[in-house]
Design a protein around this ligand. Structure first.
Ligand code: SF4
Ligand code: SF4
Length: 458
């Protein structure tokens, strides 16, 4: 017997790829092509000529329902599969970038360095908490991590030996402002395959707006010189540029062009600031719209190039294509507190590197151990979407409410979803789905060569 069939709008999103009608299935983050019958059934599911078997399939996929009651379940967190530690090796930085968000940032003279005992204790805590991970990652963070190279060298030597004795690979990475790079350090990175990302904001005029010395001088020339040396003498892993976009800086294509084509980075990634502690630097609404429009313009160049089997190295688009291709279903926005925690210089366990020095309570310490119950309680709060707009949002399994730190900085509540740019995010993901469908149709080889091998990388 026929009962009234309703579309469940939050479980599917339809889009076009040229002539093709496509469907993004939200519960599984999968992309399907719709045939004519399926498309017609989704237009008018209660029409008399709709095939019952098709509706049963749709019901099994939760795209349509004969029962209008909404069900919201909170996934069980289970064990916390900790595999990554961010070590804040020094609160001090030799620069004084005007937009810096670090609450525990110090000048070099007042900097607080992590001790080797704390770093070693952190690694032992990681192994004790999560002995069964297939591989482990250590990320060096600051301040400026290169201000504590002696510790980085000690930690690398200790960790290589310790993880080798367990038969497990360990991977190292860091983000640096590049100003303290030396040939000896580059050599060390090469020998130990340490992943390197460089904070650089674009051509001289843009970079020098905010990335300045303590005395207020622009740093473009020194960064450029050091990066040139790095790119010529280091090839252990691809080197990416991380660009911070603040008020007045929206020209993504020009920045990408400079960093990719003139400087020679392998990849360029953009971080728009919407909720920095220094609110003067936040992108106002109209500029944030421009940023997303310009991200789409660069995304279009990415798609066109990918169809010709060329990778233009736009990290944000790589990431979203990877999520779509892998069918990522994020119950939480990122690995913070689940697969990764950050250890501050004194050994406190923080949700992630952006919370060190903040008022958010710690989740244990290297000496007392990980506060697993506290972390699970914190994460469960975000997992509960029942009273949040995210519950009915079609990108909920890719966005998951957004970055805790952005919410913390903007609303003083890390659990509040980042509602201030939901429409822009949905439009960006709709655009990425269209790009993914086109690349898969015109040149699936690109996805196999460039996107699929990124599985498990960040
Ligand atoms: S924060 Fe906004 S875009 Fe993200 S899942 Fe929630 S409602 Fe959707
Ligand atoms: S909370 Fe935000 S800053 Fe921290 S890891 Fe997650 S996305 Fe990144």
């Amino acid at each position: 017997m026929n009962s009234v069939v309703k579309i469940i709008p939050q479980n599917s999103h339809r889009f076009r790829d040229g002539e093709r009608e496509m469907l993004f299935h939200v519960p599984t983050s999968s992309v399907f092509e719709l045939d004519q019958a399926s498309s017609a059934a989704l237009e008018s599911p209660n029409a008399s000529d709709v095939d019952e078997a098709l509706l049963d399939d749709f019901q099994a996929l939760q795209i349509v329902g004969r029962d209008s009651s909404e069900k919201s379940t909170i996934p069980d967190i289970g064990d916390l599969p900790l595999a990554t530690l961010v070590l804040n090796v020094n609160t001090g930085c030799n620069l004084s970038c005007s937009y810096c968000y670090k609450e525990d940032l110090d000048t070099p003279a007042n900097s607080q360095r992590m001790s080797f005992d704390t770093a070693k204790g952190s690694i032992e805590m990681l192994i004790a908490e999560s002995p069964d991970q297939p591989r482990y990652n250590l990320v060096f963070f600051g301040g400026e991590p290169l201000t504590n190279m002696p510790l980085i060298k000690e930690v690398v030597a200790y960790a290589e030996h310790r993880f080798e004795s367990l038969g497990k690979p360990v991977d190292f990475s860091l983000t640096t402002n590049a100003t303290m790079l030396t040939p000896e350090i580059v050599d060390f990175f090469q020998q130990h395959r340490i992943g390197v990302a460089i904070s650089m904001d674009g051509p001289e005029t843009i970079h020098n707006k905010n990335r300045i010395t303590v005395g207020g001088q622009g740093t473009y020339h020194v960064v450029r010189r050091k990066v040139d040396y790095l790119l010529q003498n280091y090839n252990a892993r691809p080197v990416g540029a991380r660009v911070t976009l603040t008020k007045g800086t929206t020209d993504i294509e020009a920045i990408w062009d400079h960093l990719k084509n003139e400087v020679g980075f392998d990849e360029v990634g953009f971080a728009p600031v919407t909720s920095g502690d220094v609110s003067d630097y936040n992108l106002p609404e109209d500029e944030l719209q421009q940023v997303f429009d310009n991200m789409k313009a660069l995304g279009q160049r990415y798609i066109d190039a990918a169809c010709n089997n060329i990778n233009i190295g736009f990290s944000n688009f790589h990431q979203i294509l990877t999520d779509i291709h892998e069918g990522t279903k994020k119950a939480l926005p990122c690995g913070a507190g689940v697969g990764m925690v950050a250890i501050d210089h004194a050994g406190g366990v923080n949700l992630c590197h952006r919370f060190t020095g903040s008022d958010l309570p710690l989740f244990g310490s290297v000496s007392s151990g990980l506060d697993t119950d506290g972390l699970k309680a914190f994460l469960s709060e975000r997992l509960d979407r029942a009273d949040k707009g995210c519950n009915t949002c079609w990108i909920r399994n890719l966005c998951s409410g957004g970055c805790y730190h952005e919410s913390y900085a903007r609303y003083n509540d890390p659990q509040q979803p980042t509602y201030h740019y939901c429409d822009l995010m949905r439009d960006w993901i709709d655009f990425a789905l269209q790009g993914y469908a086109r690349i898969m149709r015109e040149n699936p080889e690109f996805i196999a060569r460039v996107i699929a091998p990124r599985r498990g990388t960040q």
